[in-house]
Design a protein around this ligand. Structure first.
Ligand code: CS2
Length: 490
């Protein structure tokens, strides 16, 4: 079977092709992090915005910070790939042509720095996952060996180093203002990224000049991004081949739902993403909190408890009655009480839509995929809600069950049906050291709550939290997840 590329597009049904000739686009956006999420989210919005406005200057120069694999997927396909949208009733294919160039920083970051420094580039976007920013407590982790190596003067390879280097190139070229959008699940992601870049710039020679240029010429709008995008499987690629009649090694699969809320604070021109359904707003924070706590917070609980109970996918986890009930009550009885709900926002409808998204039978979203990188996710998904409940004199009882679920997951590493559960986490070694210190549930709770980058400094000393986690961990240690939850949910 022939492979998807520009010259093969003529043979594809018009309805599946990009709604413009990709050859006519020029790149006005640099995107860092070419994983499946970007391909199924911002690139699709951009394609639709270009189609709606006819503005051909918003092609994307996609950058893979480390992996050359993406070059092998998208390079021979001229940047083209298919988004397969799956729901219970329908599987739909759409070819995206917005990515016009693919670069990798691993070999040589200089073309990327030049691109960020070039006047036609007005927007940089990033999806590099939480760990890609290499931060600690919201600040740049200057002790991180990769950050330290960038700061010591090599050609930058970290995301923040590349951004700072690109902005330096732009200042030197006098190429004008630019906007940088973080599209990862981090609260206040714009403010956070601005701070990380400033932390990096502070260590560069003549830092004052660059830092003050950035303050004047660069905006970092915050964004809330949402679309469930499981890892692509061979089965997905086979379905794509059937639908488009070509082999596609860059295909991605996603749910029908998609949402993008963007702070309307740009330094320069930008694509009309609102013409593709994005919401432009003065304040992203309420949306971001709602999404991070209700969607991502529930997702992580489903991932750990589901994986322990032997569920391979999030939908399988939801189908386990006790886990479904826990997540429903976690959202309504705990998470929702910690949120500021914008006027006109229908919280019940939002929760109902999350439940149907989590149970989408056509999406095989693996529990282990969501379980990855817990140390980077827990701080923003669970802990602000724990703190908020405590401040209001409420018990974070169900959140404690989720925390105990993570503790059981990282310490036991085996499901109730005996399946090994790998721990994929940048802090895996530290977590393993803390686990090795002790064998009792209480000891484990005390030791793991002592990992400050994950749980902060005070939680370990909070008697109520300790008691709640102890009770849940005791249960999860002594019986299978379903029986433990039956007892904990009484
Ligand atoms: C998930 C997210 O992998 C995870 O941790 O919770 O990727 C989630 O699917 C997206 O944020 C949905 O927008």
């Amino acid at each position: 079977m022939d492979r998807l590329c520009l010259s093969e597009l003529v043979d594809v049904a018009t309805a599946l092709r990009p709604p413009f000739d990709p050859r006519e686009l020029s790149a006005g956006i640099v995107h860092l992090g070419l994983g499946a999420f970007h391909r199924a989210h911002q690139a699709v919005y951009t394609q639709q915005a270009i189609a709606a406005t006819g503005e051909l200057g918003w092609g994307i120069c996609g950058v893979s910070p480390r992996s050359r694999g993406v070059l092998d997927q998208l390079g021979p396909q001229d940047g083209l790939y298919t988004v397969l949208t799956r729901s219970a009733d329908e599987t739909r294919a759409e070819i995206v042509g917005a990515i016009r160039e693919v670069l990798c920083c691993a070999d040589d970051p200089s073309p990327v720095l030049q691109r960020i420094g070039a006047a036609p580039t007005c927007v940089v976007t990033a999806t590099v996952t939480e760990k890609g920013y290499r931060m600690r407590g919201g600040r740049l982790d200057v002790d991180d060996p990769e950050i330290a190596a960038d700061l010591a003067g090599r050609a930058p390879r970290t995301v923040v180093g590349v951004l700072a280097g690109g902005l330096l190139a732009r200042m030197q070229a006098d190429a004008g203002p630019i906007s940088v959008l973080c599209c990862d699940n981090i609260p206040g992601n714009g403010v956070v990224l601005a701070r990380l870049v400033d932390d990096f710039a502070e260590h560069l020679p003549r830092s004052d000049v660059l830092r003050s240029w950035i303050r004047k010429q660069v905006r970092f709008p915050s964004t809330m991004v949402d679309r469930i995008v499981p890892a692509t499987t061979d089965g997905d690629r086979d379905d794509v081949a059937r639908l488009i009649g070509l082999r596609d090694d860059g295909a991605v699969v996603a749910e029908p739902f998609t949402q993008w809320v963007i702070e309307d604070d740009f330094a320069a021109d930008r694509p009309r993403w609102e013409r593709a359904g994005a919401t432009m707003t003065a304040d992203v924070q309420p949306y971001e909190e709602i999404k991070l706590r209700l969607l991502n917070g529930s997702h992580s609980a489903l991932a750990y408890l589901g994986a322990l109970a032997g569920a391979e996918s999030i939908a399988d986890a939801m189908a386990i009655g006790e886990i479904g009930e826990l997540v429903d009550r976690l959202m309504r009885e705990e998470m929702a009480r910690t949120l500021t709900i914008p006027d006109g926002f229908d919280l019940d409808a939002y929760i109902a839509s999350l439940q149907s998204r989590f149970t989408n039978p056509a999406l095989r979203h693996s529990t282990l995929q969501v379980a990855m990188d817990g140390s980077q996710k827990i701080p923003q998904r669970w802990l602000p809600a724990v703190q908020s409940l405590l401040q209001h004199g409420r018990e974070p009882r169900l959140l404690a069950v989720a925390i105990a679920g993570w503790m059981r997951f990282v310490s036991h590493r085996r499901s109730d049906v005996g399946r090994p559960l790998p721990l994929a986490d940048p802090m895996a070694a530290t977590i393993a050291e803390h686990v090795a210190e002790t064998s009792s549930p209480r000891g484990l709770r005390d030791s793991l709550l002592g990992i400050v980058p994950v749980f902060g400094a005070g939680l370990r000393d909070d008697a109520l939290v300790c008691a709640l986690v102890d009770e849940a961990l005791e249960q999860l240690t002594s019986r299978p997840v379903r029986a433990a939850l039956r007892s904990l949910l009484r």
